[in-house]
Design a protein around this ligand. Structure first.
Ligand SMILES: C[S@@+](CC[C@H](N)C(=O)[O-])C[C@H]1O[C@@H](n2cnc3c(N)ncnc32)[C@H](O)[C@@H]1O
Length: 261
């Protein structure tokens, strides 16, 4: 989901909203409705499991899918008995597709740093591949903590912050004998905003932060990690790059589950 990184000064929030409006259909075409093996085989089932049942805790009855896109995860969560889901996104094009694709969930236009919902309105919040697109992390986490009731859960799916840093990528070196495949790591500790070319003609801003920034910013707001997943890439994804066996040794995703104290 990430491509060539290009160092740029941070864009304005308005510019970033416009990027997602412009590229919503690209996202829908390539990553939703069964088009992407990572979502089908890994992200959707893991999110449903982590939000629904982990640790024997009761399933939240009201869940907010923050930055829901066209709503694929909100629809999957809606299918769990007893969960009422609200899909919220800043992009009207994404929510238009969500409306066309299902009667559930409820749809809400809103910004992750000013969620239009009452304090304590939700028992669960999900943000799947969204936080790395939000410039104001503290503002967003503050809103998540506000709309979560005490004891509620926040599930955040991230491009793995340590592995998928800007400037990282596979090197397939045939100049050495024997040839080597290895993952080149970018400057992990530098907090950077980069405009990345994720596909031809599709440029999206990513805000990179070390893992400690996410965990410590959340903890300062009473959101404490109670589970982490670092799954190996699923078979359908690995099959897209035959011969690249090293692919299976690094997690592309990290799923953090926080509980509101
Ligand atoms: C990579 S897509 C992920 C969509 C969905 N969560 C999924 O996993 O299918 C990121 C989404 O976040 C939304 N987004 C980015 N920044 C946002 C913000 N500040 N407030 C609300 N939505 C935002 C974009 O419009 C886009 O739909």
């Amino acid at each position: 989901m990430r491509g060539v990184a290009e160092a740029r000064p941070p864009l304005t929030a308005g510019g970033e909203a416009e990027q997602w409006e412009r590229h919503a259909r690209w996202w829908q075409e390539h990553f939703t409705n069964g088009a992407d093996p990572e979502y089908e085989e890994q992200i959707v089932p893991l999110v449903v499991d982590r939000m629904g049942v982990l640790g024997g805790s009761p399933r939240p009855s009201r869940v907010l899918d923050l930055g829901s896109g066209e709503g694929q995860l909100a629809r999957a969560l809606s299918r769990l008995a007893g969960i009422e889901v609200t899909a919220m996104d800043r992009s009207r094009t994404q929510l238009g597709a969500a409306a066309a694709r299902g009667e559930e969930p409820r749809l809400l236009v809103g910004d992750a740093v000013a969620i239009p919902a009452a304090s304590g309105a939700f028992g669960g919040v999900l943000a799947c591949l969204v936080l790395e697109h939000v410039a104001d992390l503290g503002g967003c986490l503050g809103e998540v903590a506000r709309v979560l009731r005490p004891g509620g859960v926040f599930v955040a799916v991230l491009n793995h912050p340590l592995v998928v840093t800007p400037g990282s990528g596979w090197v397939d070196d045939h100049m050495v004998d024997p040839p080597e495949q290895y993952w080149q790591l970018g400057p992990y500790l530098n907090e950077t905003s980069t405009l990345e070319t994720v596909s031809e003609g599709v440029r999206i801003t990513f805000h990179h932060r070390p893992l400690s920034r996410y965990v410590n910013a959340a903890a300062s707001l009473g959101l404490l990690v109670d589970h982490i997943d670092e799954p190996a890439p699923p078979p359908g994804f690995v099959a897209q790059s035959p011969g690249f066996s090293a692919l299976e040794t690094l997690p592309r995703m990290m799923i953090l589950r926080f509980r509101r104290s």
